[in-house]
Structures are given as C-alpha cells and as structure tokens.
Design a protein around this ligand. Structure first.
Ligand code: ADP
Ligand code: MG
Length: 873
C-alpha cells in the first residue's frame, strides 16, 4: 500500500513548509516514495491552485515508468490525470495535472512560455546526478520564481545529495528548508574480488549469477552494466552457462520498447535477473531484489576534445554511486552486493560524481540560454559555475557557426532554427543548411557517422583484403564522408553482420549504432519539417527559408551535402600549406597534419575530426581527418558577416619595398590575397618603421647624434615623468619613424629621411626648448671649456633607477668644483668619469665632495709619484 511508504511520515512537514515558502529540499533514500508519492501529495493539496505539477527526470525510462505507476495508483490512464513527455513521445493531455518529463522538454516549454504560467510546482527529481540540464533548469526556474512567478514551488529531491549547498543556493532570497526522511535499510554484505579478473565484465557478472544460484541463495538479482551492448553480453553469458534453475532474464535500458521496460517491474513466477544500466541506481525501484552484482561502470556523457564532440564514454562509477547500487539489495531484507572490482581500486575512486556542468561541452546549453535571454552564461546564477574556457569555447563555436551574431551577441535566424533541433549545434547547423539543398537525410547520416566511435578500423599493412575493400569504399576525392557513407551502406545491406563487416574493415557494432543515431536525428528533423523541401515555417520570412539554387546558381544535392558538412565544422577550416602536402593551417595560428588515410586532395577543406597526439620527441601534434573539400564561394554564401576584407601592408624583403595586398579572411585564415597598386601613405610608413624595427634594413641617418637625441628625451621622460616627455623606446620610436616615413614605400626613401627633424617633430616645439635646459649636450666646466655629456641608450638601469649621463674629465680639474654638477633641475647627478693627466680612466663618481674626502686620499700618493709635475692637492 502506497500510504505505508516512508515518505508519508514527513508528508505533513512537506505540506507545512510549502504553505509557508516556495522552495524545499527533500532528501530520502531510494524507494521511500519521493518520485511516486510527492507529486500526488501536491496534487491532492491546495498548494498549487489547480496548476500542473511537473516532475523532472534525467532519464526517459524513468519518466515513462513512474508516470505509468502513478497513473495506476490513482486508477487512471496515461495521458489522463497523469502523463509523461520525453523526446520522442508525448502522453500529456489537456486534463493532465501530474507530468513526468525529461529536462529537455521543460526547457523547450520555457522557450514557448518563459514564465511557465500553467505550472504550479516543479520537482527536480534525482538531483544528485547533477545533470547539466537539471542544473540549467533549476537556475532558470529560480530566476523565473524571483521575477514573474513568486508562486511557483520548486522542490529538489534526491537520495544522496549533500543537501546544504543546494539549500544555500536556493535560500539566497528566501527561506529553503530541508526535509529528511530516514528510510529503513537492511544490512548488505559487500564482496570484492581479491585480485582483478581478466575476463570481460559481462562474463564476470554471469559467473557471479551462477555462484549465487549454485550457493542456494534466494531472491531476485539486479546486475548493473554500463550500456546496451554489455547488457546483451551478460544475458548471453548467463544463458550460455546453462544453469539448473530457470530464470527470467530481463534487460532494462532506455532503448527498449515501453512494454519490454515494464517486464523488470512486474512480478514473475521465475526468479528475476534484471540486467540494467544505471537507471536502476536510484531512478526506478525494482521490488524484491536481494542481490546486486555491480560492474562498477557507467556510460557518462563526456566532451571529447579529440572530436570536439560530446560522446558517451564508459567510466568507473564513484564510491557514492556504488553505495547507491549496493543499497538496492537491502530494501526488503538483508542482501548481498558483489562488486567486480577490488577493494584497493574502490578506495582510489572519486568520492562522488563531478557535476556535468563542470565537464560537458556547453555549446548546446549556451545556445539554449541565449534563446531564453541569458546572453552571458558566465554571469548566470549557477549552483556550480561552468568553467570560463568551456563557455568561451562554446560562444566562439556558436558565433562561427552563425548561430549568434558576433557583434550584437543576439541569436540569428539560423540560430533560432538550430534551436528547434535538440542536438549538438554542429549537427543542427548541418541540418539547417541541408534543408536548403534537400539533403537532410544524408546530412543526418553524416552527423551520425561522427557522433560515435570510428566506423572503420585502421587498415593493417598486411591485410590486403581490408585494404582492397577500403579502396572500394573510397568514393570521391571531395570528402572522406563519402567513404564512410559507402561503408555504412555496405554494413547496412549486410544487416550489420559481424563477420562480413570485419572482413571489410568495418566495426559492425558501431555501424549499428550509427543507424540508430541516424534515425533519431532524422525523426527530429522530420518533426521540425526539415525534410519537406521548401517547407516554410509560420512566422518566418521567405528569405530566411530561401532554398539554395533559387539565386540563379545551380546546386546539386551532392554539392549541398558537402556544403552542409562545411557549415557544421566551419571552425575547423584547413588551408594546405603547399599543394600535395599534408601540413595545414588552422584558425588561431595553429597548424596541423592531415591523416594519410584521407582521400581529399583540395587545397582547402574542413576537418570533422581534430585530435592532439604525442609525437616521438614528446611534443604534441594536431591531427585532422574526415576532410571535406570547400570552395570559397560557399564560405562567402554561408557566412558573409564573418568574412574580413582588409588592406594589409607588408614589407617585401626581396624588392626592399612595401607592398599592399587585399586580404579576404575567415576566422583568421587567409582565403585570398590580391596585390594592390595604391598604397595607404600612413600604413605604408608604419610598415617601413616596423620593418626597420624587425631588422629588415639599416638606417644610415640614424646617427650617433640622433641616437643621443633620442637618449636625452628618454632620460627626461624617465627622470621627470610629470613633464610627459614622449618616450622613444620600442613603440615610441616606431611611432616617430612611422611618421617620418609617411608616404614612402621604398627602403631607400626611408634611408634618406631626415631622422633628426623627425625626432624633434615627435617631441614637439615647446618640449624641444626644455630639452636643452633639462638634458643639455654639455655642462660648463672648471677649465672654461664645456664638458660633453654622453647619455646611456637605456634611460633606466636593471633595477629601474635613472642612469646618469657621463662626462669624461681630468681628476686634476675637479679640485675647483664646489658642488657636484646635476641635471633636470638638480635631481640627477652627472656621472663624472675621472682620468689621469694623460687621459687614462681612474674611477667615476656621482658625488665629488665625498669622493674627494674618502676615495681620493688613497689615490693621492700613487698619483703624486707617477705624475710628479702636478699639484696633487
Ligand atoms: P523514490 O523516488 O523515493 O526512490 P519511488 O517513489 O520511485 O521512490 O518508489 C516508491 C515505491 O513504490 C517503491 O519502493 C516501490 O515499492 C513502488 N514502485 C514504484 N514504482 C513502481 C513500479 N513501476 N512498479 C511497482 N512498484 C513500484
Ligand atoms: Mg525516485
């Protein structure tokens, strides 16, 4: 009886809190009744004023089975009072009040109705999983509640969550109480192997099932496997073991037909062995389980930097997940949990899962946020902030794909169309383009071909058969996708037969997955009307929807497919450095090497694969592959706003002159360069100045005198910064020269320029007069003849002190000095370099009186002996 479930013990507390505040965190162990009872509790209360109650589920299977269960408990039909909606199914009717939906569905609803006006409460179920979309949904709902919907109730539910951080996050503006329900748990004995086993995980699991049965243990068995393939493998291995007892072998995963999913929950006269993905970890409860066998693995969505794509990867689960899985065996009585990993491995595992937002590819999310008016994802109020570089990468990609306007940062019409296709923006961009050319089906296949693992195995040198087959598949030198498409076609014609595929170098399992992904992508495209050619959407102008070819240029769907692939990977445009070679230039000044297997020979192409590998010397090498030839017109047609056309001036070392070129650039890559006759006088002068700075030529007019002039200006700038003398170091000098060379384009013109006047011009007339007073070329001297000053080329020394200019004087002539000579209004002493009567350097000082008092007496005797004819005072 549902009313016996532990959650009802805290029902009054939940209702009391929700009548006073609109945010609540509810923590209760799996099986307590959170998912099935709390929505009913709300529906039967007067807390939501007759509005809908939405229960967010991370998994489709869970949304479906929970809705079915609750409908059954309330004696109704699905689609009546209780319903569900997931990506490909909608069982929500007009009268539906309790809706189980996946997060993506709620976010779509928000696009149509941002305030969620007909929803009274949203329950974030399984929040401990920290899905990217549940984080996004919670943040958006929190903002909505604070703005337009103060009455909306938000309830975060979880089995394991550390409730405090979420409660703190939700409590920012209002109160957020935490309700905890202690569930009843029986002890579960955990068994680890002593040493890691070699056999594949499905076989190890089958062995564990056999051991349990042979030991005479009673009760149903739940096995955790990472994915569909391993689940099938496990079931096959159990069958192959030919156990004495008849068993009900039941798979449970998201790809099953609805009626097959139900088998896991229904009572069975035979002992049930349910082999499930992590959907059975906390999302759904299977009654009667006494034994858990855990592979310790899960398929996790990861951003694969190699492909620049999100992929599912098999990973070791955290200790927190393993504990949840163990708990499934202790709900109805004491149980056992066999883990297929060692205890020391267990201790090395992370304590809990990383929130997906900290590791996922954010491109699709950032696009979605833009559609909801959130233009800066980094400033958004997150529970855990995403990493800045990940957001920046996503923004950059969306701008390059043309989904976000680079100047206004607003969603473009193309971006709005992409948004309707819930898939990675690369793929939605491809499909939006493909619609123009009527090749959506092929484009969806190409997207499917890059969304998983490699379809083709690497050809071994000695495998002639596979090598011949590969050549057969190689269709045209325009795109490596043609090869993949033909290989997939072959595999599909041979019904993905393992052996046939293997002999032709195709991974049969991957091709089967490609087929599934292809039909999923295609049904999404169909639902949005993309497969209907020229299908106009209401509310769109005809221009936005303009099919290609109508502007007079003929296009085949063959070319259309290449153009679609190009748009999805436009950020990975490659320019071959020289024809016939594999080295290419990428955007942002990067270089890469095209894989040898590529059939594409054109000078410009996009790569759908990009990965970093270690080379032999330990450095990294960027490899690109899955190439598709690109024509310049396509870039101009698809991304006109991203083309940068500009006049650039370059110094031509061979002809010793400046040349002007008109550059057409896309994403920093130069698509075209044409020499121009007309030069821009200012840019040309600057170009010469920079060329000199880079050591391209000498300037004979940059004489000692001019250099001293520069040094004097820099000296004043350093000694008296308040006077704002224009510094002539690095940039300053180049600026002055650029000005001097204005209108010139030949090196010899620059060499003839009057640099002295140029430096004076740079200084300005008023400062020129001060210069002589502040930093004279010489100082009056005791002999009556002025002493010349030499200014150091660097105004400051290594420690940042102003360096004194130097005057070479005879020590004998210093005796008449009353005061040490100083410059810049008495602030900087001159360095006196003291010599013997015959001009040999003795010492130097910036403080003559103290030199005379301290150092001189020690020198005096020696000097008097060596130069007896003088008076050594
Ligand atoms: P929680 O969300 O706290 O993990 P649920 O609300 O999913 O708990 O489940 C509460 C109880 O309802 C379970 O212990 C189980 O006994 C029962 N139950 C839930 N779903 C089903 C189902 N599809 N078939 C049979 N029993 C179910
Ligand atoms: Mg639940």
């Amino acid at each position: 009886m549902a009313r016996d479930l532990p959650i009802w013990k805290v029902a009054d507390e939940i209702v009391r809190h929700l009548s006073q505040t609109n945010r609540l965190v509810l923590v209760a162990p799996t099986g307590s009744g959170k998912s099935t009872q709390v929505p009913q509790l709300l529906a039967d209360s007067d807390l939501v004023a007759g509005k809908r109650i939405v229960v967010l589920q991370p998994r489709r299977v869970a949304a479906r089975t929970l809705a079915a269960r609750v409908a059954w408990e309330r004696g109704g039909k699905l689609g009546g009072e209780v319903g569900y909606q997931v990506r490909f199914e909608d069982r929500i009717g007009d009268s539906t009040r309790i809706c189980f939906v996946t997060e993506g569905i709620l976010l779509r609803w928000m696009q149509n109705d941002p305030t969620l006006s007909d929803i009274g409460a949203i329950l974030f179920d399984e929040f401990h999983e920290r899905n990217l979309l549940s984080d996004v949904a919670l943040a958006l709902c929190k903002a909505q509640q604070a703005a337009a919907r103060p009455d909306l109730k938000l309830i975060v539910m979880s089995a394991t969550l550390d409730a405090e951080p979420v409660a703190d996050y939700l409590a920012a503006a209002t109160r957020c109480p935490i309700v905890v329900s202690e569930g009843q748990m029986f002890p579960v004995q955990v068994i680890h192997p002593l040493i890691p086993a070699d056999a594949p995980v499905p076989e190890q699991a089958a062995r564990a099932v056999a051991d349990l049965i042979e030991a005479g243990e009673s009760g149903d068995i739940l096995v955790f496997m990472p994915g569909m393939g391993e689940i099938q493998g496990t079931l096959n291995a159990i069958r192959a073991a030919r156990l004495d007892e008849r068993l009900a072998l039941i798979p449970l995963h998201g790809e099953l037909a609805p009626q097959d999913q139900d088998l896991a929950f229904e009572p069975n006269p035979l002992r049930k062995v349910v082999v499930a993905t992590n959907v059975a970890e906390t999302s759904v409860t299977i009654d009667g389980v006494r034994h858990v066998i855990d592979s310790g693995l899960a398929r996790v969505a990861r951003y694969d930097a190699q492909r620049g794509l999100q992929t599912l990867m098999i990973e070791e689960i955290s200790r927190a997940s393993a504990d949840q899985r163990k708990g499934r065996a202790g709900r109805t009585g004491p149980g056992t949990c066999r883990r297929l990993w060692t205890e020391s491995n267990h201790l090395n595992r992370p304590e809990r899962n990383t929130p997906e937002i900290r590791r996922a590819d954010l491109a699709e999310t950032v696009l979605l946020l833009h559609s909801l008016g959130v233009r800066d994802a980094t400033q958004f109020d997150w529970l855990d902030k995403p990493e800045l570089p990940a957001v920046a990468r996503a923004e950059h990609l969306l701008k390059t794909l043309g989904a976000i306007d680079p100047t206004t940062n607003h969603l473009t019409p193309v971006g709005r169309k992409m948004l309707r296709l819930p898939m990675h923006p690369r793929f939605s961009r491809m499909l939006v383009e493909a619609q123009r050319f009527g090749c959506v089906e092929q484009a969806a296949l190409c997207a499917a071909l890059v969304s998983g693992r490699d379809l083709l195995v690497r050809v071994a040198r000695d495998d002639k058969h596979v090598a011949d087959a590969r050549e057969e598949f190689e269709g045209s030198p325009l795109s490596d996708f043609h090869t993949l498409m033909r290989a997939f076609q072959f595999a599909s014609e041979h019904r993905f037969d393992f052996e046939t595929c293997r002999r032709h170098g195709i991974n049969a399992k991957v091709s089967r997955e490609v087929g599934l992904t292809h039909s999923q992508l295609l049904s999404l495209a169909e639902r949005e009307g993309l497969t209907r050619r020229h299908g106009f959407q209401p509310g769109e102008s005809a221009a936005e929807q303009k099919p290609a070819g109508q502007d007079g240029r003929p296009t085949s769907s063959e070319e259309g497919l290449l153009r679609s692939i190009f748009t999805g990977f436009a950020d990975q445009l490659c320019l071959r450095l020289s024809s016939g070679m594999l080295d290419v230039q990428l955007s942002e000044g990067r270089t890469a090497t095209l894989v040898r297997e590529s059939v594409v020979d054109s000078p410009m192409f996009v790569a759908a694969m990009l990965k970093e590998v270690q080379n032999r010397s330990g450095g990294t090498l960027t490899l690109v592959g899955l190439a598709t030839a690109v024509k310049r017109e396509w870039i101009e047609d698809a991304f006109p706003e991203q083309l940068q056309i500009g006049l650039h001036h370059e110094y031509d070392r061979t002809h010793r002159r400046v040349a002007a070129v008109r550059l057409v650039q896309f994403n920093g890559l130069t698509l075209a360069r044409d020499h121009q006759k007309e030069l821009d006088p200012i840019a040309s002068g600057r170009c010469l100045a920079e060329a000199f700075n880079a050591g391209a030529f000498e300037l004979p007019n940059f004489t000692h005198e001019v250099k001293q002039l520069v040094a004097r200006i820099n000296f004043v700038a350093a000694a008296a910064p308040e006077l704002e003398f224009p510094k002539l170091t690095d940039h300053g000098l180049t600026d002055a020269l650029a000005q001097a060379f204005q209108g010139m384009s030949l090196t010899k013109e620059a060499q003839a320029a009057d640099l002295r006047s140029a430096v004076f011009a740079h200084l300005g007339r008023d400062k020129r007069e001060w210069l002589d007073a502040l930093a004279p070329t010489s100082i009056p001297w005791t002999t009556g003849k002025p002493a010349k000053l030499a200014y150091p080329s660097a105004a400051l020394d290594d420690e940042g002190f102003v360096q004194s200019p130097e005057a070479q004087v005879k020590l004998l002539d210093c005796f008449d000095l009353t005061e040490h000579p100083k410059l810049v209004e008495g602030t900087v002493p001159v360095r006196l370099s003291l010599t013997t009567p015959d001009g040999k350097r003795l010492d130097s000082t910036t403080d003559w009186p103290s030199f005379r008092a301290l150092a001189y007496p020690k020198l005096r005797g020696g000097l008097a002996k060596k130069f007896p004819g003088f008076t050594w005072r």
